[in-house]
Ligand binder design. Sequence first.
Ligand code: ZN
Length: 485
Amino acid sequence: MSKPLFIHQFQNIYPLSIHSINNITVCVLKSDRHDVLLIEGDNDLGFKGVLKQVSGFSYIEAPLSHANANTLRSHFPFTKPIPVLRKQRSFGLGDRLGIAGEGHLEVFRNVDAFPVLAQQSMRELTLTERTYEDVLDAASFAAFKFGYHDGFGADGDHLKKMEDIERVLNIGYTMITLDCSDYIKNDVMQMTDSEIEAKVKLPKELIDRYLSNPFEIEGATLRFSAMDLKRAYYVYSDAISYTKKVYETFFKNHQYNANLELSIDETMTPTKPEEHFYVANELKLAGVVLDTLAPRFCGEFQKGVDYIGDIKQFERELKIHAAIANHFDYKLSIHSGSDKFSIFTLIGKHTKGRFHIKTAGTNWLEAVRLVAIQNPALYREVHAYALESFAEAKKLYHVTTDLAKIPWLSTLRDEDLPKLFEQNDARQLIHITYGAILTAKNSDGSLRFKTRLYDLWRHHSQSYKNMLQQHIGRHVDMLYKGFKS
Ligand code: ZN
């Protein structure tokens, strides 16, 4: 289709945003501070905006509001999220700032994994003062602006409460990650075998089910001792009942076009393969169909840095976890996947290319690295504030950051600042203080950093896109190396 002349009246239309419906062109214009939708002619198609004229052409200029995002989704189905967990490969990309869409989509245009563009936990929303609507809308507008037609997911990440799950599904999210940590009994770690013995009485059917014969799962043998079973029963029973309740309320009758992920990763101890099997098997017997499950793997998956732990043991257990997931017909989900370069190829290999990986904060780290490159003075202010806020931020995240290992700002030349992002302690410092940085206020109530940061990111959006393309691209390449030669 030839470009309608109306488009030629503007300088900065995103070229891939030009779409048409009922012969009306709709596109996105980049203006100084904000992007806006342009709708050709005077038929507003339901978008809420202002009628304007340019060289004899009428058009509607409409803000990227929630109402207009809903209208966009109703006209252009590719801007609506789809369920992706049943696809062979999917990749979560929580975009905390709502500006990473372009870089992310550049990566996923060229690979056969489905991106989850909208993915935030309650914790992230609270800390960034965003809403579930915002996050979804940013994803829809990104797909439209950059002409991404292949489908993306939206994840209500780490949800615990029934009312939150319902809200997110009603907004149109296509998966939820059920976080059962409130129902997982972590005090088991402090309990001795004799305390367990005294406290836990196993139902007879469990004894028959698990203690009579070992289980053979794709070449691996899982054998329960009575104590293993008692501990698993004690730790996970309530989580299993709660999962069943969530499944029956929201998923069983396909009320929503959405997937269910169960996460048992935010617990104190790693999920043993036997425990993974136990949870999966009990859920299956209860009639629950999961699309993905995230165990807590051995070793440490700290935010924004590589895997910490025994890689040989990780590989051994990963193989069994993947086999269990396969046996129960769901995908293995790997959380806190940002920057885990030393294990990606193993994950690709042992899941045989069938996985869901979540990354979240790494695109924020790249955004701040861009600040260090482009505006050292601003970076120094942000860094100093992060140091002040670290103790508070650490209450919400498990990290082993040693602030003493971070070089003093005063000892660094401007051109050395970006190198801080190669140092794990400095990475984690910035990684977990995003909420404090984005919401910091001056004494007059104005935002201390946020406005200046967003201006910089907008001004350097091409560099940011390139950085993400490279950084997320590296994650994807290493995963694919495991199963594609
Ligand atoms: Zn998680």
